[in-house]
Design a protein around this ligand. Sequence first.
Ligand code: NIG
Ligand code: FE
Length: 415
Amino acid sequence: MRKLLLTNAGWIATPERPGENHAIYRIHRRPADTIYIEGENIAWIGRYRDFAGGRNIEKYDLDGMGVTPGLIDFHAHPVFAATRETEYEMRTSGASYQEIAKSGGGILNSVKKVRKASQGDLIDHTTPFLDSMLAHGTTTLEAKSGYGLTPDSEYKMLRTIIKLNETHVLDLIPTFLGAHEYPAEFKENHEGYLKLLIEEMLPTVARENLAVTCDIFCETGVYSVEEAERVLYAALQHGLSVKVHADQLTNVGATKMAARMGALSADHIEFIDDEAVNQLALSGTVAGLLPVAAHFLRMKEDPPVRQMIERGITCALATDFNPGSAMCENMQMAMHLASIRFRVSAEEALWMATAGSATALALKDRGWLGPGALADLVVWDIADIQMLTYHFGVNHASKVFKRGNLVAENGRAIV
Ligand code: NIG
Ligand code: FE
């Protein structure tokens, strides 16, 4: 087993280990300068002078820089076949997201291209984005299907994600999003596509272990709350966990439905009402915050984040990286935008991007630093975590360790 001693950290800041006394939104500054890693896990954190020592231990000097857990991007659509900058130009000159979708753009534009792409094409297109994520401090990434919308093209996307999880150092967690939109050929036959989702796609996804979670875009003009409930109920019956793109553009009651179904998270939630906040507070459903999409779509509305924090609701932070509404793979930007839009502190933003996101993915072995946690960590070239949200638009991640290996340095993935 490889043994690695990271010495001379300027500071080590982390959420506490999830458990009974786990204080949410608290970042604990460990009185330590040294991290000892055995294999893929952290074995010890403390002061160098207190380290017991041992044989065959490699040493790595962190040069006074700061350390946090690796960032966890719990909501992203990184697999697509082409970018959509022409639509972005339409939007910057005034068209709305819905207008672009009606004129043949939007999700269905990506669908046409993904259907034609091979798994190899998708891997080649996605890999540089994963490298860039890693270089910006992301060590775990959720990745959705949803640009295929036929059984075979959805399975192709999920198999691409599974393949990338095996070949790329990032951990990728596959989510089935066959209900991202109604495909054009089912425009007049929603019932037919629902049947395909429920009777064919979900059973196959579950049987062949193509995904662990099922997501749905529950929104006016897309999937109604009733339709979403049917799809998610089927997913639960097949042993998948569920999550929802909820109340992003209008208040349809999707967040309440997500809480009712025991969803891992209700994401976007710009249009939630007080009753939905109550439901989140009573359930274990995480509030998924995606400020990059809100920024990119020039939205005026924001979720009531301060109120949710006061109510003890777990909030998580992600990029929502996708070609239509969030062309940004950088979690540092998500943290910056969270601080501006939601009035959260750097500490709160970091907590949401680590412990909060781990909770949204039901992962207990990461999102914190301590004995037993995965050795996923970011080494930051900043004096304090406050700089993370304040000094924006640059990459502060100097080094990234994934499962104990140095995988990115000075803004580049080591491949
Ligand atoms: O999370 N809201 C729905 N889905 C994506 C957008 C996908 C796209 O435009 O390609 C989102 O914002
Ligand atoms: Fe999304």
